[in-house]
Structures are given as C-alpha cells and as structure tokens.
Design a protein around this ligand. Structure first.
Ligand code: ATP
Ligand code: SF4
Length: 326
C-alpha cells in the first residue's frame, strides 16, 4: 500500500428522480482510496453505498443525476472524460455485485462468456490463447477443476463458485480499482470467509485497490484498511479499521458495533438500532442521525455537523465533538 491516492471523490451529490419527488441519495461525499488500499463503505440499507459505487464505475441508472462533485481516478475526472479516454479508463475500474447468478447470462457457458470478455479487452483472436488465458484466471481465483468450470453453464455452479468466476472475469480485464458491492452477502459464513481471503490474496497479487461495500461492520473490519461509515447519504465517520473498532466516536457507529453478535454469549438476542432511516426525499436540516440518536440536542436538529478530523486520521460528523458548521 502507498500514500498515493488512486481515487479522490470530492463533494459527490447524487439524486434519483422518481414520480413523487427527488431522492437525495448521496450528499457531499468526499474520500480517497490509496494505491493498494482496501476501503470499506459501511452502513444500513439505503445509506447510499451502492450509489457511490455505481457513480465511480459510471454505471448509474438513467434516473440518477449527479448534482455536484468530482471523481478523480489516476488524475483524471471520470465525470468529464473525453470520448477517446473512455474505454481506456473504464477497464481500470470494475464493479462486482451481490448476486453472481444475476450477472452471468444463463444461456451461455462460462467459457463462452469469458472468451468474449478476453477477446474484447485483451484484443486476442486465437481461440487456444483465449482459452489458456481464461483457465489461467480461473486458477488464480482458486477454483478446483477450471476445465470443468470453463465448460459449465452458470446454473451448474454453486454461489461461491459463481462469485469466483465473476472475480476471475473481472481480473482478466486488468483493473486497478475493484468495487465489490456486498459480494459475500448471499453466501454462507464459510464461503464468505473464503471469498474475503481470496480478495485479500488477489489484491496483493494483482496490485489492486478495493472499495468494499457492506452493511456488515465485522466483515469491514476483517477486510478493510480503512472504514467509512455512511448514514442517510452522508459520511458520518471515517478511520482506520483498527481505530474505528477500538475507539468509535459517532453514536451511529457505536450502535452498529453493538449490533455485532457476540458469538460467545449463548442465545444472545440479535440487537438492532431502534428507529428507521428518514425519508430521503426530505433529509433533516441538521444531523442525519437526529431521529435515532439518544444524545440529540436542539442544536443537532437545527445545525448540520461538519465532518472534521477530530483525532489524527479519524474524522467524525457529530456535535458531541465540535459545535456548529457556521
Ligand atoms: P443497499 O445496501 O440496500 O443497496 P445502499 O446503502 O447501497 O443500500 P443505495 O442502493 O445507494 O443504498 O440507495 C440509496 C437510496 O436511493 C435508497 O433510498 C434507494 O431506495 C434509492 N435508490 C437507489 N436506486 C434508485 C433508483 N434507480 N431510483 C430511485 N431511487 C433509488
Ligand atoms: Fe447525535 Fe447530535 Fe451527534 Fe447527530 S450531532 S449523532 S444527533 S449527538
């Protein structure tokens, strides 16, 4: 890992236009990812994590509007690319999703899908060479019997195998930044651990930087060098994984930590943070967490806390740690 940023997201603000209004999904989000670093975006459903990932990989749906912000990847603003730069940059940022079965076309064998990608991106035409390349990547993701996988249809493979196939196909494009959106959520605990280990190994082998999106703070702590906590479309806390777990500052992060099941306590009841996320069509004027925070004051309702570096390399947006924005 280096201190060189590969990605800088600045003031990213994204709305979705829907029939009954405007969903303010992401507001003023700024962060960086360094070369070789794994940064985790953590938060409950609806906090805007996937929207950030889709914006970086330039795959937002049509009803999304980027209102403000810049996404600088290796010095170039992805939101203002010249047409000629598009294809060269696009391959360098790849995204994998939660449901591998939905990503692969069920009508084609893995080998056919893989060959198409290799042909297009590596500009190879020799069928033998294409097959050799595909098998090389299937081996790199530690799939047993790559030949069989190559000749299988997606429905003939398990969820864990399919996720490895997707990762192999993604790596064949030689990306520099991998955005992994809840890639282990649909897998059982053992397979989850295997995929996380695999991603860490591949990161080292291929020199990847990773933006890992998850609602699960314990998974983030396992894989992430740094954790960014999002709530209601905004960043509320950011620190190294070690620091965040040892010394959480924001009441929301503390709540998330308390929800991690303590496996050594038998029959312990699963905890959750009381209350629900607000209507994103109408975000609160002050702190985003105000409706669920046990420490909220009048100031929190009126005045939005800024994200500040309260401790060295540890940022938080909460009035408990500093007064008003103005
Ligand atoms: P999850 O873990 O459930 O995917 P998330 O934190 O990744 O949640 P997003 O998927 O980014 O959150 O969604 C943020 C908000 O934007 C949610 O309220 C969601 O319903 C809304 N949203 C997402 N995509 C669209 C869309 N295409 N049109 C309208 N609203 C959308
Ligand atoms: Fe709670 Fe206020 Fe801090 Fe928001 S700013 S998290 S409402 S104490």
């Amino acid at each position: 890992m280096t201190d060189q940023p590969i990605l800088q997201v600045e003031n990213l603000t994204i709305d979705y236009v829907v029939l009954d209004g405007i969903i303010k999904a992401v507001r003023n989000v700024s962060f960086t990812i360094n070369e070789g670093e794994v940064v985790c975006l953590v938060g409950e459903s609806g906090s805007g994590k996937t929207t950030v990932g889709l914006a970086i990989s330039r795959a937002l749906p049509e009803n999304a509007i980027i209102r403000e912000g810049r996404i600088i990847f290796k010095g170039r603003d992805l939101l203002n690319l010249e047409i000629r730069d598009k294809s060269t940059i696009e391959d360098k940022v790849m995204m994998i999703f939660q449901d591998p079965a939905a990503t692969l076309n069920p009508l084609f064998k893995v080998g056919e899908i893989f060959s198409d990608v290799i042909k297009h991106h590596l500009k190879l035409s020799d069928q033998l060479k294409i097959r050799e390349k595909a098998l090389e990547f299937l081996k790199a993701v530690e799939l047993p019997d790559p030949e069989r996988i190559f000749n299988s249809y997606p429905h003939e493979l398990s969820g864990g195998m399919l996720q490895r196939v997707i990762i192999a196909i993604t790596l064949s494009v030689n990306p520099k930044l991998l955005i992994a959106d809840e890639p282990t959520t649909m897998l059982d605990v053992t397979l989850q651990a295997q995929i996380l280990d695999l991603l860490i190994n591949l990161k080292k082998k291929f020199g990847l930087s990773i933006l890992f999106i998850t609602h699960n703070l314990s998974i983030a702590a396992e894989i992430g060098d740094r954790i960014i906590v999002m709530y209601g479309g905004e960043i509320v806390e950011e620190a190294s994984s070690e620091e965040l777990l040892k010394n959480p500052l924001h009441p929301y992060t503390k709540g998330l930590l308390e929800c991690i099941p303590k496996t050594h306590i038998k029959y312990s009841k699963l905890k959750s943070i009381p209350g629900m996320i607000f209507d994103l069509r109408n975000p609160p004027l002050g702190c985003v967490f105000v409706d669920r925070c046990t420490e909220a004051t009048d100031l929190c309702r009126k005045d939005k806390p800024r994200l500040i570096e309260f401790l060295k390399n540890h940022k938080v947006a909460c009035h408990l740690y500093r007064g008003s924005t103005k």
